[in-house]
Design a protein around this ligand. Structure first.
Ligand SMILES: O=C(O)C1=C[C@@H](OP(=O)(O)O)[C@@H](O)[C@H](O)C1
Ligand SMILES: C=C(OP(=O)(O)O)C(=O)O
Length: 665
């Protein structure tokens, strides 16, 4: 997951390969609750691991439910309707699928509970559910604004519940209120319990998921149209034993769209969900086909390729696919006319006001957008009108995910996604998954070159971290080669050039969380000694070794970008990099820093000898015949003798911002 403040997506031109999607949020949280309420043990396979499922799991554990986890498999020991804890304060994050059903479960089970969430959760309505539960005899107080969380739930004896009259619940703000009642009323179904929906029922396919999973847990709800639902007297949750979570059909929408926009030939294969999914959002496929996508499906897989191009404009009542429809709004930028999504008023009460947010961010890209209380109309965006935008994500995972599709713009502009970590709500590895299948037009590189002990490493690691980029410590490649040379019993000199080059060619090297790992062994300390530094400098002067390491270094250039530190990154390895920094500091300063570093590691040395070594190394590095240490013609020089690390980082990030086209947005 990317925790950087923003993530810049370079322009993409194609997509191909295979995507394996994480589990469905809606199915995961329903199964977790049902398994916790049931008797016996339920083994859940492929559960989604994300913010929304974690809040549900944490709450269930806090209520005394035992959960054992082995990889993607969870074993849940059900409570059989008996809470082990009758008092708790539970954090629901921004998970509607945890907040709403748990409110109903706890109100019926009895106890003193407080339910709260992130600030946005406290703006998401729950009044219709509380009203329904109150009619029934439950006692719930609002701790903030009436109609919204946080809530306090008080115990009520089961025999005080009014089960003899139909429970009326409104269905036009969120279907999750009805889902919450359906999932939990079996707890008290000593007689037939009937629910009546008042007003239009929105997001109906989610009720189908609810009924489907209830049936898996032994509860067969009688349904009359979509207005009346009866839970038969004597209903009891029965664990199905093993249960499998399908991949998330809403998450599939981003990759279906990707296929429609950019996959040619064999198309993009999406695994984990197929057209026969129990999730309503799978009907996104119909909309994508209407826009021109070619979609094939088999058991638990989809294959999508570009069909019509430009895409065909669409006019759709999207009430049945409220989450996936946001993806259509971005696809509409690539259509042959204005597209309209109707009957989507519920967008306004989700993670953010999604109609306002989508309209605002699409306009930043340059699009013409019209919107109203329950619709959005998006006009196609011609190449000349696209702008490089910083897309605000409003802590809404779907905004972050669907706007990544803007990176296919015909103007070949990058797209900046602010707060990319918001995808953690339902798809923590969304961007990593995306990067595996898209083909970028270019992958940005920042080169940070400079003499030894100038602070390149620290600076480069921090800049990479701030941008979410990969990091290449090219100096360590030479150090590792030097170490491997010594370990092979060779002297690091020209006489052994061919053999050292062969060694370098076969290096199995990884940078893992600040460690340099050679053949599975952490060699970070072994390569940091002064002797290893000298060996590195000697092997780096051998042209055949440099050649062998060249392709290895280029392979570090992966999405979303690379910060490469070394001595010839800007001059030799990545001469086309849009930002090259040549970092210097006076020899006195560098010797002083190195001295402190060595002392802190308990290695004794003198300042004078260090300074002499540094100067000797500088002289050798800048006079060597191949790739001598010198700034690239277009490098920006940064003398950090008088700068703190934070100031140097800020300077490089400012320069990076300078070469980006995002200024206007
Ligand atoms: O029941 C569910 O799992 C969901 C129902 C939908 O909400 P609404 O019923 O509020 O539209 C959907 O947007 C949400 O992401 C998940
Ligand atoms: C509306 C959503 O979430 P929630 O389950 O919190 O309602 C969503 O995932 O798009």
């Amino acid at each position: 997951m990317y925790s950087s403040p923003f993530l810049d997506l370079p322009p993409f031109r194609a997509a191909t390969g295979v995507v394996r999607l994480p589990g469905s949020k809606s199915i995961s949280n329903r199964i977790l609750l049902l398994a916790a309420l049931a008797a016996g043990t339920t083994t859940v396979h492929d559960l989604l691991d994300s913010d929304d499922t974690r809040v549900m799991l944490d709450a269930l554990r806090a209520l005394g439910c035992e959960v054992a986890q082995e990889g993607a498999t969870l074993r849940i020991h059900g409570l059989d309707g008996q809470l082990r804890t009758r008092q708790a304060s539970l954090f629901m994050g921004n998970a509607g699928t945890a907040m709403r059903p748990l409110t109903a479960a706890l109100a019926l089970l009895g106890g003193d509970f407080e339910l709260h969430g992130v600030p946005r959760m406290h703006e998401r309505p729950i009044g219709d559910l509380v009203d329904a539960l109150t009619q029934l005899g439950c006692r719930i107080d609002y701790l903030g604004n009436p109609g919204y969380p946080p809530l306090r739930i008080h115990p009520v004896p089961p025999d005080m519940l009014a089960l003899d009259v139909p429970i009326r619940v409104r269905g036009d703000v969120s279907s999750q209120f009805l889902t919450a009642l359906l999932l939990t009323l079996p707890l008290v179904a000593t007689r037939d319990v009937t629910i009546e929906v008042v007003g239009e029922l929105i997001s109906r396919p989610y009720i189908e998921i609810t009924l489907n999973l209830l049936a898996r847990f032994g509860i067969d709800v009688r349904r009359e149209d979509w207005q009346r639902f009866t839970i038969p007297a004597g209903s009891r949750y029965r664990s199905p034993g093993d249960i499998h979570v399908e991949a998330d059909a809403s998450s599939a929408s981003y990759f279906i769209a990707l296929g429609a926009l950019a996959a040619t030939g064999d198309g993009l294969r999406i695994e984990g969900v197929g057209a026969t999914s129990i999730q309503g959002d799978i009907r996104f496929i119909e909309a994508a086909r209407e826009m021109g996508a070619q979609v094939e499906s088999g058991p638990n897989w989809l294959r999508v390729a570009r069909g019509a191009w430009p895409l065909k404009a669409i006019d759709l009542d999207a009430n049945h696919i409220p989450d996936a429809a946001m993806t259509l709004a971005v696809m509409a930028l690539y259509a042959d006319g204005p597209s309209t999504l109707r009957n989507i008023a519920s967008w306004r009460v989700k993670e953010t006001d999604r109609i306002d947010a989508m309209a605002a961010e699409l306009r930043k890209l340059g699009a013409a957008v019209e919107d109203g209380p329950d619709f959005i109309r998006v006009h196609p965006l011609p190449a000349a009108n696209w702008r490089a935008a910083s897309v605000e994500t409003y802590d809404d995972h779907r905004i972050a995910m669907c706007f990544s599709l803007a990176a296919f713009n015909p103007a070949a502009l990058p797209v900046r996604i602010l707060d990319p970590h918001c995808v953690a709500k339902t798809f923590p590895d969304y961007f990593e998954t995306l990067f595996e299948v898209v083909e970028p037009l270019d992958i940005p590189v920042i080169c940070i070159d400079g003499p030894t002990a100038s602070g390149k490493g620290t600076l480069a690691v921090e800049v990479a971290h701030a941008l979410g980029y990969h990091y290449l410590d090219s100096g360590s490649l030479y150090r590792v080669t030097g170490l491997a040379t010594r370990r092979a019993g060779l002297e690091p000199d020209a006489a052994n050039e061919g053999r050292i080059a062969a060694l370098a060619h076969g290096l199995s090297l990884q940078f893992i969380k600040g460690q340099v790992v050679l053949d599975g062994e952490d060699v970070s300390d072994a390569i940091r000694t002064e002797a290893a530094g000298m060996d590195a400098s000697r092997v780096s002067a051998l042209p055949a070794v440099r050649e062998a390491l060249l392709s290895l270094q280029k392979r570090f250039r992966r999405l979303p970008g690379l910060v490469a530190d070394g001595r010839d990154m800007g001059t030799v390895i990545f001469p086309e990099a849009p930002l090259k920094v040549f970092l210097t500091a006076s020899a006195a300063q560098r010797a002083d820093r190195r001295h402190k570093q060595l002392i802190s590691k308990g290695i004794s040395t003198t300042l004078d000898s260090l300074r002499a070594d540094l100067e000797a190394r500088d002289a050798r590095d800048s006079s060597r015949s191949v790739a001598p240490l010198k700034p690239a013609r277009d490098a920006r020089r940064l003398d950090n003798s008088q700068l703190s690390i934070a100031q140097s980082i800020e300077q490089v990030l400012d320069w990076w911002q300078d070469v980006q086209p995002f200024k206007a947005s």
